[in-house]
Design a protein around this ligand. Structure first.
Ligand code: AMP
Ligand code: MN
Ligand code: MN
Ligand code: MN
Length: 276
């Protein structure tokens, strides 16, 4: 079964509208699909309708931004109730402050010789309140300051580089708690991306489990094949279920639907007991 449980629409930092993302997933062979926009549920109704029309099964999702020991961590929530007040209220708090942060990022970039970054980033953001580093990356690529958006994250927008502004997101236990309050299951997104030491990763995995986290992403567009193997072993060692998702953001931006390998059959897929 081709299942993809992580991707973005222009409701957050994806390039395509939810219905376009649905059609693209279906065209690329996805059979069970979740939309997981950052800190926002506003795309789910459109996505669900388009998914069902395209013959896919649909899973309501979200990707919550978390600050843990000073690092930004992402937690995906799946099979959530989008009407749940605890989750809706929690997400509203998390996504506040993005525009103010973007103003500061633009001032930083201006000091580094890049003018017009706020207006430039906002041109790429369907919703100004959800303006993200991804929108700044698209602007930097568009003006030729960098070769592509990957380069924008190498040279700008990350700690120690111009355009990075630290931000306080949700607490780990809160994010997992909101997801569970909404009847959902919490997944630690792309653990290989955080650059944590082995000791810090161990602490993160234990805290995540204690908070009620059930799964970790093993096969994701954000992992290398070596990391598929490494985090398969981690899932087995810590007895987490395993998840799989492209983290698709847009055409020619990172991973595409339908291109990832399946999960190692020795793992427990998080969808094992779902009625699909
Ligand atoms: P923000 O929530 O505004 O901090 O933006 C985070 C988003 O930037 C993530 O969801 C990714 O889509 C993107 N991102 C972060 N780091 C990288 C990277 N190294 N390469 C490409 N995209 C990245
Ligand atoms: Mn993103
Ligand atoms: Mn993420
Ligand atoms: Mn993502």
């Amino acid at each position: 079964m081709n299942i993809d449980l992580h991707c973005h629409s222009n409701v957050s930092d994806g390039a395509l509208a939810p219905a376009e993302v649905a059609r693209r997933a279906a065209c690329n062979g996805v059979e069970v699909w979740a939309l997981t926009d950052h800190d926002q549920l506003a795309g789910l109704t459109e996505a669900r309708e388009a998914a069902l029309a395209a013959g896919m099964r649909f899973v309501d999702g979200v990707e919550v931004s978390v600050t843990w020991r000073g690092s930004t961590i992402h937690v995906v929530g799946l099979r959530i109730d989008p009407e749940n007040g605890t989750l809706v209220g929690g997400l509203a708090k998390v996504r506040g402050g993005r525009l103010e942060r973007a103003r500061q990022m633009a001032r930083d970039l201006g000091a580094a010789g890049i003018d017009g970054a706020l207006e430039g980033a906002l041109r790429h953001a369907a919703n100004p309140a959800m303006v993200s580093r991804t929108h700044f990356a698209r602007f930097l690529a568009e003006i030729g300051a960098v070769a592509d958006t990957k380069d924008a994250f190498r040279n700008y927008l990350v700690p120690g580089k111009p355009g990075y502004v630290a931000h306080q997101w949700a607490a780990l236990a809160d994010a997992v708690g909101w997801i569970r309050a909404a009847g959902g299951e919490a997944v630690l997104a792309h653990p290989g991306r955080y650059g944590l030491s082995a000791g810090a990763m161990d602490a993160l995995l234990r805290e995540f489990r204690e908070a009620g986290g059930e799964a970790i992403e093993v096969v994701t567009g954000s992992h290398s094949p070596d990391q598929y193997r490494h985090f398969a072993a981690v899932a087995a060692q810590y007895d987490f279920a395993a998840s799989r998702g492209s983290d698709f953001h847009g055409p020619q931006e990172g991973a595409e639907f339908g291109t990832l390998p399946p999960l190692d059959p020795a793992l427990r897929p998080m969808w094992r007991d779902w009625a699909l």
